[in-house]
Design a protein around this ligand. Structure first.
Ligand code: KG4
Ligand code: ZN
Length: 322
């Protein structure tokens, strides 16, 4: 079995999967409540909490799979991109576990991990496909040709990530952190045509979401406080509509450019119900595998060249992709 460990942001996660990609355990401990009062992830607070949680979470995954470390043949860990202190905790834990049993270790790129969420049982997807990766930190259009091969990037965001746009919008609407799921819920009661929020059309296949958040800020600022409460669901629905439209349009354009016959969507924003409904032909990562988890990291480890014992003791984490 493969043990996956993920600590790049505010989820401490461990998973066990088979080499074929069947999930035996997938444990995610979210720190969202811890960071909510600050309105975003506080890196040093996240690192410390990862340190407290990483061993219990690995133990819980082993218990859930009814397995022990003796059943683990490969350890896969997120080495980047992400919060450097948070990543270091996972990398150090993975090194210690692998070293103690002289196992190989695979250094996994978090974004490749999101894509590899599509390769798990029961419905593993085979490339080629055009992949929209939309999370709190990234918005990427990827031309995926081979498992494990770094895909060609066709488009990205010039400013905020799609998830970041959701989170900042939620904050303006007083919905707390993280806000994507909260906007998604509230939008169901609102009228998406109540407000028109413009999304900048930038050249090529890139995105720009920062103007959208400013547009929402202006509307919210003009509303009397008692009116804001009444219009909140309309605002959430209209704001979500603007983000989802931009994502769906560009994804279709990218698929046409790449000549891709299939579209797949991964990352936290792939959990959004309106986005899922807007791309009915797309392969969507299963809901529990959209937001950060370690099953996707273990999945990517299968297609990453492992580092042999004990060379990986020199492995470093990286905050951003080269
Ligand atoms: O992939 P992920 O868990 O972490 C990163 O790698 O960033 O994505 C988290 C992002 C957050 O911005 C969160 O607000 C957003 O995904 N998100 C959603 C939904 N669920 C999570 N955005 C829109 N609708 C959702 N249902
Ligand atoms: Zn992620």
């Amino acid at each position: 079995m493969i043990l996956g460990i993920e600590t790049s942001c505010d989820e401490t996660a461990a998973a066990l999967i088979t080499h074929e990609g069947a999930i035996r355990a997938n444990v995610v401990s979210s720190q969202a409540d811890l960071h909510a009062r600050y309105g975003g992830v506080v890196p040093e607070v996240a690192s410390r909490r990862h340190l407290e949680l990483v061993v219990p979470v690995v133990r819980e995954a082993l218990a859930e799979a009814d397995a022990s470390l003796r059943d683990v043949e490969l350890v896969g860990v997120t080495a980047g991109p992400g919060l450097i202190g948070a990543l270091l905790v996972g990398v150090a834990a993975a090194k210690a576990i692998a070293w103690s049993r002289r196992l190989p270790l695979a250094s996994v790129d978090h974004l490749q991990g999101h894509v590899a969420s599509l390769y798990l049982e029961p419905d593993p997807l085979e490339p080629p496909f055009l992949c929209l990766l939309a999370s709190g930190g990234h918005t990427l259009l990827l031309d995926v040709q081979e498992r494990g091969e770094r895909p060609r990037m066709l488009g990205t965001t010039l400013d905020d990530a799609a998830g970041e746009a959701f989170d900042k919008g939620a904050r303006l609407l007083g919905l707390g952190y993280p806000g994507g799921a909260a906007i998604d819920r509230l939008a169901r009661e609102g009228d998406p045509a109540a407000y028109t929020f413009p999304v900048a059309r930038v050249p090529g296949l890139d995105f720009s979401f920062s103007g959208l958040k400013t547009a929402l800020l202006y509307v919210v600022r003009e509303l009397p406080p008692e009116e804001l409460g009444r219009r909140r669901s309309d605002l959430a629905a209209s704001y979500q509509r603007a983000i989802v439209r931009a994502l769906a349009e560009r994804t279709h354009e990218a698929a046409a450019t790449a000549g891709a016959e299939r579209i797949a969507v991964v990352g936290g924003v792939a959990a959004n119900s309106e986005l899922r409904a807007s791309l009915p032909e797309a392969v969507l990562a299963p809901l529990p595998l959209c937001t950060d988890n370690a099953a996707m990291i273990a999945s990517a480890a299968r297609f990453t060249e492992a580092i042999s014992y004990p060379r990986y003791l020199a492995l470093d984490a990286y905050a951003s992709s080269a």
